[in-house]
Design a protein around this ligand. Structure first.
Ligand code: GDP
Ligand code: MN
Length: 428
């Protein structure tokens, strides 16, 4: 369960870490004005359970009340990376003397060791720092899982931070205290993630300008005290950071999960397969089957990219959007689809697919081959529509191969589809 920034800051403050002075959590611009009062500089921060708000306009600095009200009016009701902004955290702005650090504690999923990561290059996406200047990151695994950070590790982490920040070793003591407190909070509250980015250096010492805490749902039963502190009565559903595709699918109203990371670099020797299945069960089956057939018959060179589920009874427009999303997703080389019409209609499905292909061809947008099978409800009218569509616009539908009825099992359809895509690429 992920905490909101204001909640995570309450937790860190309770552990003795300095945080900016909170002026209020506001749902209306006029409340923001009241919270700001006569202060000269404040931060307005969208309370949404997603990172990277700064770049998306979800963190704004206002010089005084009037500007705060006008910025708040703009921010409230907008969406930040797919999340509606319903509340703003209003804080006194931290005046930094230069220098922003990253401190993160998490668990290494490979060996369950608690891992502390620090960087003097804070304030930006830490993944980016890891890619571009890995020497600016120190990562320490704490194998014995102690409740408090061992002294030697704390000193090493603080010294590394201090050496890359203005103020140098004079800062080491204060930084060591913060690293130790973030670690202790991680352990005490059964966290999956406890992170400060950025920790800003000020004349009065380091201040956590941003805070992120993700609680381990399995430990929530031990955290009644934390729930009381935050005024929570029930657990919130866990929300992990959605990818662009996942945000798009959510807005269109269907379930979608990317199997590749947002920053995945495509392996050009492999075939990337997008899946538009009928139903969640078929969706999971297709992922395994595409991967399995790829391993058995195609030298492991086939990569399924997504899970998708329309839910019962999608509209033609929704089916079209499901295909559109995958056509727009650059890594995809082939789409495999299976409509097993029970609740959903084959007729709606095929109209959605054909409409999508025609529109994209006419607009000159990218398409990839679509191979699949449909069987079930409304099959006769779906078959008739498909045959007519192919007569009317053969060019637009030349790369669409839909087997009608169940004379072929899906595994066969998948294997033939991959073979077809390999042949088109001239691959063995
Ligand atoms: P995120 O983008 O969702 O991680 O949101 P942050 O809370 O980290 O804010 C984005 C950026 O705004 C930070 O990296 C800082 O550079 C800046 N920022 C946020 N709060 C303050 C503040 O109080 N003072 C100053 N000077 N900068 C801030
Ligand atoms: Mn941040």
């Amino acid at each position: 369960m992920r905490l909101y920034e204001n909640e995570a800051k309450q937790v860190f403050a309770r552990e003795g870490i300095a945080v900016p002075r909170a002026l209020g959590v506001c749902e209306k611009a006029e409340d923001v004005g009241r919270a700001v009062g006569e202060r000269a500089a404040v931060m307005l921060k969208a309370l949404v359970l997603i990172g990277g708000r700064g770049k998306a306009g979800g963190v704004r600095r206002a010089a005084g009340r009037a500007e705060a009200v006008s910025l708040a009016t703009d921010m409230l009701g907008r969406r930040i990376r797919g999340y509606p902004v319903e509340r703003l955290l209003v804080e006194e702005a931290v005046e930094t003397t230069g220098g922003a650090a990253y401190i993160g504690v998490t668990m290494n999923p490979a060996d369950f060791n608690v891992t502390v990561i620090v960087s003097p290059a804070g304030g930006v996406d830490i993944e980016q720092v890891a890619r571009e200047s890995p020497d600016k990151i120190l990562r320490v695994e704490i194998a014995a899982n102690e409740a408090t950070l061992p002294e030697a590790e704390a000193s090493r982490l603080a010294a590394f931070l201090a050496s890359g920040l203005p103020g140098g070793s004079a800062r080491a003591g204060a930084l060591k205290a913060v690293v130790s407190k973030v670690y202790a909070a991680f352990q005490k509250y059964d966290c999956k993630v406890a992170e400060i980015n950025p920790l800003l250096l000020t004349d009065a010492g380091p201040v956590a300008a941003d805070a992120k805490i993700v609680l381990d749902d399995n430990g929530l039963y031990r955290q009644a005290g934390l729930f009381r502190l935050l005024g929570l009565t029930t657990a919130r559903h866990d929300v992990s950071e959605p990818t662009r595709n996942e945000v798009r699918a959510r807005e269109a109203g269907f379930k979608y999960v990317d199997l590749l990371a947002e920053d995945h670099v495509k392996d050009l020797s492999k075939l990337y397969v997008g899946l538009v299945p009928g139903g969640a069960g078929y969706g999971i089956f297709s992922i395994d089957e595409v991967g399995g057939i790829g391993d058995r018959f195609f030298g492991g060179r086939v990569v399924p990219v997504n899970f998708m589920d329309s839910g019962g009874g999608p509209t033609v427009a929704m089916v079209a959007e499901m295909f559109d999303l995958l056509f727009d997703y650059e890594p995809v080389d082939l789409i495999i689809t299976s409509r097993f019409g029970g609740i959903s209609s084959c007729d709606v499905f095929i109209r959605g697919l054909v409409g999508c292909l025609r529109e994209r061809r006419q607009a000159g947008k990218r398409v990839v081959p679509v191979v699949g099978r449909m069987v079930g409800t409304d099959l006769p009218s779906a078959r008739e529509f498909l045959e007519r569509a192919k007569r009317e616009t053969p060019a637009e539908l030349e790369d669409m191969h839909i087997t009608v009825g169940n004379r072929k099992i899906m595994a066969e359809v998948i294997r033939e589809g991959i073979r077809y895509a390999f042949d088109r690429k001239g691959w063995a």
